[in-house]
Design a protein around this ligand. Structure first.
Ligand SMILES: [Zn+2]
Length: 467
């Protein structure tokens, strides 16, 4: 795919060359295991005996960035989303409610920490260091434990795929595939961060990516399985709506970008299913950004024509084509959900949610959908499994309530330093809360090797071998 300079950037998204991805890492596993055992014991002692987790099922969270409540409801009415409909039938649906501003990294971090950005530290895409240099947020900037840290410390198994701001990947009791693993995703996020950085007073230069190299997969012993999924057969029967670039001449490189978006979601879904079959994690989190990315360019096609300024209206045949592609993408995500859910026990907790919806941008000729105002605020919410009420369509889930809800469901206490609490609609007991889970160190993949390398270099410097 063609490499694009930043000057060719269209506001929020950019496709790029594939980046280096097979960098060596040499994580010693044994020490991590020992630490986990110790921290698990410590957590149990702190939490008290009644808090010992005894899960009677497993949890699956599918994050569909930018999925719209209105469009999903309409497509379900038309019978086009059988797997969403099945979730609503055996469980309940409603809305997930983020805090403003609607920036995906902060919201998805709210979800996994139970905390607001003031506590978890991920405010958006970009932050400035003291000298004004902009940096893409990384996992090291998160100042609160996420569900994968908490469950790992308690000895439960986790799988994390493509979750925002999980690079460098963390050492977990299970498998973490960072959000820089899919082709071009690191540069996609860096470019996105640049658009935000350029609006900040005092920004100096290009956005830096901390830890851009190193493995995307923790532990590195699982890397070959992840790499194999890059050439896996299509995950669903719905083919890529952007596969034929002849069909998308008006979009130029964006057609290429949208095709890549689908491929990346397919990759993430394949990796998630691979992790599920290999380790059956107690918690599996998978993040699919495709709907959001596609909607930024095609959203006007599914809005009533009268809401679009006349100068921005497209010819009817273009509108139809765009609407078809966007709807096909929703149908594709529905099929992905179907496959990820199909072999799950009915008792397992399944949560499908988005972080916001979409609204028309009345000003832009290129970016046709945005999520800037409260009009785009609510995301989708579908839940089923033990303790989930049946047949309701009025659930409201605050983003910060997701983590404590999952903990309580697993029989683990929420923490009083979280901003959220277990969702009131759940028919499960909540163990007595503990003060905090943020009492153990978070270890990042390759960290100890870096420290060792630094020491060796220091030694060589001391001996005069290197400058
Ligand atoms: Zn977006």
């Amino acid at each position: 795919m063609p490499h694009l300079r930043r000057t060719e950037l269209i506001n929020e998204v950019i496709p790029v060359d594939m980046h280096a991805r097979f960098m060596q890492d040499r994580k010693p596993i044994r020490w991590a295991r020992t630490r986990r055992c110790l921290t698990a014991m410590a957590t149990l002692l702190i939490a008290g005996c009644n808090a010992e987790p005894a899960p009677t099922g497993r949890v699956l969270v599918i994050a569909v960035d930018g999925a719209s409540t209105r469009l999903i409801a309409q497509l379900m009415d038309e019978g086009r989303l059988p797997n969403f409909s099945a979730l609503a039938r055996v469980g309940s649906s409603g809305v997930s409610r983020p805090e403003l501003p609607l920036l995906s990294p902060r919201i998805w971090t709210d979800v996994v920490t139970g905390k607001l950005p003031e506590r978890h530290g991920i405010q958006g895409w970009v932050h400035l260091s003291q000298d004004g240099t902009p940096h893409l947020y990384s996992s090291r900037d998160r100042t609160a434990h996420a569900l994968w840290n908490i469950l790992s410390d308690a000895g439960l198994k986790v799988g994390v795929v493509n979750w925002l701001m999980t690079h460098p990947p963390e050492v977990v009791n299970g498998i973490m595939v960072s959000d820089h693993a899919a082709d071009g995703m690191m540069e996609d996020k860096r470019a996105l961060a640049q658009t935000f950085a350029d609006k900040i007073d005092g920004t100096q230069g290009e956005v830096r990516v901390d830890s851009p190299t190193g493995s995307f997969v923790s532990p590195s012993t699982f890397r070959s399985q992840v790499e194999a999924e890059r050439s896996a057969p299509p995950f669903t029967e719905i083919s890529n709506p952007f596969a034929d670039l002849q069909d998308w001449p008006r979009f130029g490189f964006l057609g290429d970008f949208m095709r890549q978006v689908y491929d990346n979601d397919d990759f993430a879904a394949s990796v998630a299913l691979r992790i599920e079959s290999e380790i059956q994690p107690d918690l599996l989190l998978v993040y699919l950004p495709g709907v959001d990315r596609i909607s930024h360019f095609l959203w006007d096609a599914v809005e009533p024509i009268e809401t679009i300024p006349e100068a921005l209206r497209r010819p009817p045949e273009v509108v139809v084509k765009h609407a078809r592609a966007l709807i096909a993408y929703y149908e594709y995500v529905d099929q992905v959900i179907g496959r990820l859910v199909q072999n799950r026990s009915p008792e397992d907790l399944v949560i499908v949610m988005s972080d916001h919806g979409f609204e028309i941008d009345p000003k832009s000729d290129v970016l046709r959908g945005v999520h800037d105002s409260p009009a785009a605020r609510d995301g989708i919410l579908f839940m089923r499994g033990r303790g989930v009420p049946k047949g309701r369509s009025d659930l409201v889930m605050n983003m910060v309530d997701v983590a404590p809800t999952i903990l309580a469901w697993l029989g683990m206490p929420p923490a009083t330093d979280m901003d959220g609490v277990p969702a009131v609609f759940m028919e499960t007991d909540t163990p007595t809360p503990i003060a905090s889970y943020d009492t153990t160190p978070i270890e990042y993949l390759g960290e100890k090797d870096e420290a060792v390398e630094r020491r060796i270099i220091d030694d060589l410097k001391a001996l005069g071998y290197v400058e």
